[in-house]
Design a protein around this ligand. Sequence first.
Ligand code: MG
Length: 281
Amino acid sequence: MYYRGNELGKLIIQLAPTGIVPTKESNPSVPVTPEEIIGQTITAYRLGVSSVHIHARDEAGRPTTRKDIYEEIIAGIRKTCPGIIICASTSGRIPGGRRDEVLDLAPDMASLTPGSVTFRDSISINPSGEIMHLAREMARQGVKPEIEVFEAGFINTARYLQKKGILAAPLFFNFLMGSLGSIPADVRDLVYLVESLPEGSTWAAAGIGRFQMQVAAAAILMGGHVRIGLEDSIYRDYQERTLTTNEELVKWVVGMAQCLGREIASPREAREILGLGSPGG
Ligand code: MG
């Protein structure tokens, strides 16, 4: 599940440009409109990003599950970033939204969070019926789940769903570490999560807030993949509270990977690593 020295494979860098929590007021670089999300994804793609995790916002900048907005974002990214892996959020933090509608738009992947989490200012609500429904819909529509892990117990739920035939191996996990209310972001926590995965899984990790770069470095060294972006941290420097941009965060991860001897995967190589077909197929 993780490797040493010269066994390290190529690195998938996923951009999470916007998320649910960051606002323009907190950081003016946070992309909110489809044009902004597409534009910042193009920049990141040119720098080496092969995957993008998208959220939609409505005209007032509020998080939404609206399919027409997702459609505009997905179509724009497909047109301008050939081969990039599009992972749509099915977030459990938007009350009243239809979480499964975005699957009709044939994203390559979609987030699946097999458990609920209490954050500082919000709750991600994922009852087991909803998890099963989303997982079954993803299987039916050929969308690969990106299993979001906030706690080690989520891996057990994924194993259970695999045993029941609802999730099909090989599984892909994304560890989201360091939020108040989730697993901490120490290296020992990451080692524990990786060692708990079903055989043959692939994984990425993201450190939330001040842990973003630390978790990226650990994931690069352990043979995992990295998620980076303003969704997870709006600051470059937590002491000084200096704001960052998606472009700067991607450049840092690319530089870090080069220093540590990991080659960056192209979108085609990323698709091979994750067992995905061609875009939109
Ligand atoms: Mg998200």
